[in-house]
Design a protein around this ligand. Structure first.
Ligand code: NAP
Length: 275
């Protein structure tokens, strides 16, 4: 009997060399006994990259910065949550040759938060107004939580808040905000700018939980200061693992080895950074 060729998955983004998705996905497929390979692809021309999905063919693609929104018009179908969020981070190339877009970032955020707390009826102050903040607002609303948006640039923050029907506060008013959980959905504090924090430490004590979507470093300055102020700190590793796990479910229909995925990414981050 002729053996079928290995499945190929890819990451489209620019840059992609720093990404831990190939390590995490390849470890998962090996453990699952799936003959597959997941490769990083630095994309210069998005249209050409999309054509390559059908030509190669690729069975699935992860999409990262700066293409999560730009990719949407090229797809045959985009699911309802991606449409509402306005971003796609996952493409399924189905057996009819159609390209379907999904967003698993919101699932990553929600599943990770749910490991620490119940979202329903709690208030979440979401810092940022980019794709990750949009996924967070959507996910919190899905689970019956109460999001509010805080952003440096008021116009962008107001637009997001208006679209989802939630309140907006400018960053300058953070002191007056009351919420149980703070979510940092900005890149402030991400390596190599480890010494930066998006918020002054004096205001952190009022939150019970502080989540940083950043996972490199594992403990950002924001999380260190949050812990010192008595908050429970949640880093972005769990979000990363859960968004990738959902991609594997979409592409293979099988349950991914989440703990192994967490372990390999954690080991790599510790090796690289001594975290
Ligand atoms: P983005 O679309 O570029 O949005 C960035 C947001 O951060 C904007 O609202 C921007 O505010 C704000 N911002 C940037 N610099 C700032 C500063 N110095 N002070 C205050 N606000 C600032 O980024 P994104 O794609 O949403 O990603 C945000 C973060 O989430 C990144 O660190 C990314 O690594 C992380 N992430 C993690 C995962 C995971 O799996 N753990 C997945 C996706 C993303 P303005 O509107 O004022 O410019």
């Amino acid at each position: 009997m002729k053996k079928s060729p290995p499945a190929i998955f890819a990451l489209f983004g620019n840059p992609v060399s720093h990404s831990l998705s190939p390590l995490m996905h390849n470890a998962a497929y090996k453990k699952m006994g799936i003959d597959a390979s997941y490769c990083p692809c630095r994309v210069e021309d998005l249209e050409e990259a999309i054509e390559r999905i059908k030509k190669l063919p690729l069975q699935g693609v992860s999409v990262t910065i700066p293409f999560k929104t730009a990719v949407m018009p090229y797809l045959d179908e985009v699911d309802a949550s991606s449409q509402e969020i306005g971003a796609v981070n996952t493409i399924l190339h189905d057996d009819k040759g159609r390209l379907k877009g999904y967003n698993t970032d919101w699932i990553g955020i929600v599943r990770d938060l749910e490991e620490s707390l119940e979202i329903k009826k709690k208030t979440f102050a979401i810092l940022g107004a980019g794709g990750t903040a949009r996924a967070a607002v959507f996910g919190i609303l899905q689970r019956g939580g109460i999001p509010l948006v805080i952003n440096r640039t008021p116009e962008r923050g107001k637009k997001l808040a208006r679209e989802f029907g939630v309140p907006f506060y400018p960053l300058s008013q953070i002191k007056g905000i009351s919420a149980e959980c703070l979510i940092n959905a900005t890149p402030v504090g991400m390596a190599p700018d480890r010494e930066r924090s998006p918020l002054p430490r004096e205001i952190l004590g009022k939150f019970q939980w502080v989540m940083d979507c950043i996972y490199n470093p594992l403990k950002t300055r924001l999380l260190k200061e949050a812990e010192a102020a008595g908050c429970t700190a949640i880093n972005g590793l769990g979000m990363f693992v859960h968004q990738g796990a959902e991609q594997i479910r979409i592409w293979t229909g099988k349950e991914p080895p989440i703990e192994l995925m967490r372990k390999v990414v954690l080991a790599k981050l510790k090796e690289d950074n001594g975290d």
